[in-house]
Design a protein around this ligand. Structure first.
Ligand SMILES: *Cc1c(COP(=O)(O)O)cnc(C)c1O
Length: 401
């Protein structure tokens, strides 16, 4: 297998899925799992999640189309920029649609007006003051989150009232996904408390509470699915009954981050007056496309090593992209890396392969390993894929000369 490539360990993926399902069954038997497409929408992964009974959790017209293409019967449609066609299709099919913007209320009013008397079930995304409840933890920080209708300033109540004016619209659920810096149990406590508060203050029943994603997965010293579910359901039970209200979870990272590796090879080493660089055929754009991570999980697989290795004080491991900042990590007081050595990054399945640009190198191959057997589930992209659907007829192609 030629580096760079991604490798999905199917048994690790199975293990995470099993743990999630067991925890859900234990704490809230009436649970639905919606797999977050945006976290990793590799078709093989989507097929896997569907086979395991997950709903598709999508946030755009394109993702909605992908869920349909992949044969998902159950779709959760979220996000502030839904497409109108897919929004109407989802409403008509009775999918779970969580309204995030005023224009969706307008779309719904028109849709219902076109077929009076035909009920449409709808959920609402709640925007609440997570930073106030968990100081320092919310992704939006002091600036606050930008999704959904704000609870504290009355926007949420107003949107409920607008929806109640549409005779066909039935408000069946609330969506409380929050992204956080910490993925801590406190975040989920705050989500559950807010769900209870809304029910009490607005005197409404809901068919589902969608608590979103954002969980840790596969890290022994971090909260487990069991912990998240225990904490949330203990609070939710104060106001909700599992027989009447379904719990919706939208995991992405916790499921697909742990089982994916990215394998690279050293192509060259060089010394400058200021540094010692190790160039590899992998890149930061494949494991950290947003260039924000400060460290990586990795291991090194040296080739043909002898006893007395040359030790180096500092080696800077770099990627293939010709950007100066494509530097992955530094090795301190370690044996000198050599051409052909492999560096394998671990736990890189979330927001990587679906977020990488087609920059300098095209998408790498993806393999799946299952009980020692390896299958290619995406071939490396070549020039053929890169130029597909492009117009370039005025360019004289080399092979036509
Ligand atoms: C991104 C997102 C998720 C998944 O988040 P992870 O951190 O990958 O688990 C779930 N729900 C919604 C609405 C999202 O935007």
């Amino acid at each position: 297998m030629k580096t760079p490539y991604y490798l999905i360990h199917k048994e690790m993926l199975d293990e995470g899925m099993e743990k999630l399902k067991l925890a859900a069954a234990k704490y809230w038997p009436n649970t639905v799992i919606g797999y977050s497409f945006k976290t990793n929408s590799l078709p093989w992964v989507l097929g896997y999640m569907k086979k395991h009974g997950c709903y598709a959790e999508v946030v755009s017209e394109d993702e909605y189309g992908l869920a349909e293409y992949m044969g998902y019967e159950n779709i959760i449609y979220n996000g502030p920029v839904k497409g109108r066609d897919s929004f109407e299709r989802a409403c008509r099919k009775g999918q779970i649609v969580n309204i995030d913007a005023d224009r969706e209320i307008r779309w719904l009013r028109k849709l219902c007006g076109s077929q009076p008397g035909r009920p449409v079930r709808i959920g609402i995304r709640v925007n609440f003051d997570l930073e106030g409840m968990c100081p320092g933890e919310a992704s939006g920080g002091e600036e606050g989150g930008r999704f959904g209708f704000n609870y504290e300033n009355g926007s949420f109540k107003k949107s409920m009232e607008s929806l109640q004016e549409i005779p066909e619209a039935q408000i069946v659920g609330i969506h409380l996904h929050c992204s956080s810096k910490t993925r801590s149990l406190k975040i989920y406590e705050a989500i559950a408390r807010t769900a209870c508060r809304i029910k009490r203050e607005l005197q409404t029943e809901f068919a589902y509470i969608d608590v979103g994603g954002g969980y840790f997965g596969g890290l022994p010293d971090r909260p487990q699915y069991e912990d998240y579910l225990r904490v949330m359901t203990e609070i939710l039970r104060e106001a909700y009954d599992p027989d009447r209200t379904a719990l919706i979870l939208e995991p992405g990272t916790s499921l697909i981050c742990p089982p994916v590796e990215y394998a690279t090879s050293v192509t060259d080493v060089k010394e400058t007056s200021r540094n010692y660089f190790v160039t590899t055929d992998g890149s930061r754009i494949h494991v950290d496309p947003l260039m924000t991570k400060k460290s990586y999980f990795y291991h090194i697989e040296p080739v043909n090593r002898t006893e007395n290795e040359e030790m180096l004080k500092k080696q800077v491991i770099c990627g293939f992209t010709c950007m100066e900042n494509d530097r992955l990590f530094e090795l301190r007081d370690a044996p000198a890396l050599r051409e052909g050595d492999r560096i394998v990054y671990e736990k890189v399945g979330a927001y990587t392969m679906c977020l990488s640009p087609l920059f300098i190198g095209y998408f790498p191959a993806v393999y799946v390993e299952d009980q020692g057997e390896i299958t290619c589930v995406r071939q490396k992209w070549s020039v053929d894929e890169y130029v597909q659907k492009h117009e370039y007829s005025d360019i004289e192609l080399w092979d036509s000369k």
